[in-house]
Design a protein around this ligand. Structure first.
Ligand code: FAD
Length: 89
């Protein structure tokens, strides 16, 4: 634990999903300790997130994850999305 980080400065992260683990990695990179609490006994193997947008890949690059994701994934050069239009009567 860094000298500047007292016991009361420790970070508690609830949930070992992508958000919690990424935050923990960012804090570790900055030299800050964090404790991750996870309710499930094991990490899920059927992750719901199937799409990684460019800013996510940029962010994960410094942890060495981006190249592995690119090697295993399908690169989509285009995308489309649809949204419901609300009709006011
Ligand atoms: C059908 C579907 C498709 C999706 N597709 C995509 C996609 O293509 N791309 C994308 O980026 N995102 C997608 N998402 C969203 C995706 O789920 C999130 O991007 C991602 O899972 C969010 O991560 P998270 O860490 O915030 O939450 P989660 O992945 O939900 O992780 C939360 C963790 O916290 C734990 N937890 C909860 N409560 C407690 C507690 N009280 N104590 C301890 N642990 C607790 C849970 O067990 C879980 O492990 C999709 C979601 C769904 C439902």
């Amino acid at each position: 634990m860094p000298e500047s980080q007292g016991q009361s400065d420790r970070v508690l992260i609830v949930g070992a999903g992508p958000a919690g683990l990424t935050i923990a990695a960012c804090l570790a990179e900055a030299g800050l300790e964090a404790t991750v609490l996870e309710a499930e006994p094991a990490l899920p193997t059927n992750l719901r997130a199937s799409t990684f947008h460019p800013p996510t890949l940029d962010m994960l690059d410094r942890f060495g994850a981006t190249q592995k994701l690119l090697e295993q994934g399908l690169i989509a050069p285009t995308f489309q999305y649809r949204t419901l239009s609300l009709i006011h009567i």
